[in-house]
Design a protein around this ligand. Structure first.
Ligand code: MG
Length: 138
C-alpha cells in the first residue's frame, strides 16, 4: 500500500480496533472478502514477514534506533512492519479472535512462564530456567 494517503490523523493513538475496521472497509470496498480466507491471509502475512526480513538480510546486527539508516530505509521498514501488522489484524478478525485480548492474556501467561526471579538477565527458554526453590518472599 505504498504511496496511499489515509484519512487518519497523524500522531493520533491508533487502536487495534481502528486497524481492524480500516482493513474490513478496505477489503469490502474492493470486494476482496472473497479472497480473505484464513489460509490466504496467513500466507500473505508470511510473505510480508519475508519482505520485512529482506530489509535486515545481510546487514548483520544493527544498533537500536537504526541511527545509520537513511530516511527512505526507515520509511520502507515502517511500510513492511505495517504490512505484517495489518495482515495479522485482518487474520485475527477473520478468525474471530480478539487480538488485543489474546495478546494481553499471552503477556500474562508469559509472566507466569518466566518468573522475574528465575529469568532476570537470562535468555534461557522457560524449560531451561533454573528453578529457585528458596522460600524467600518478595
Ligand atoms: Mg510488503
Amino acid at each position: 500500500m505504498k504511496g496511499v494517503s489515509t484519512d487518519s490523523v497523524e500522531g493520533e493513538n491508533v487502536t487495534l480496533e481502528d486497524l481492524k475496521q480500516k482493513m474490513a472497509e478496505f477489503a469490502k470496498e474492493r470486494n476482496w472478502d472473497q479472497f480473505h480466507s484464513p489460509r490466504n491471509l496467513l500466507l500473505a502475512l508470511v510473505g510480508e514477514v519475508g519482505e520485512l526480513s529482506e530489509i535486515f538480510q545481510w546487514k548483520g546486527e544493527v544498533p537500536k534506533g537504526l541511527p545509520d539508516w537513511k530516511d527512505e530505509e526507515k520509511e520502507h521498514l515502517g511500510e513492511e512492519l505495517s504490512d505484517v501488522l495489518l495482515y495479522l489484524v485482518r487474520l485475527s478478525d477473520i478468525c474471530g479472535v480478539d487480538l488485543g485480548k489474546a495478546a494481553l492474556r499471552k503477556v500474562e501467561l508469559n509472566a507466569i512462564k518466566y518468573p522475574v526471579k528465575q529469568c532476570k538477565g537470562s535468555s534461557r527458554k522457560y524449560n531451561h530456567l533454573i528453578k529457585n526453590n528458596s522460600s524467600e518472599s518478595s
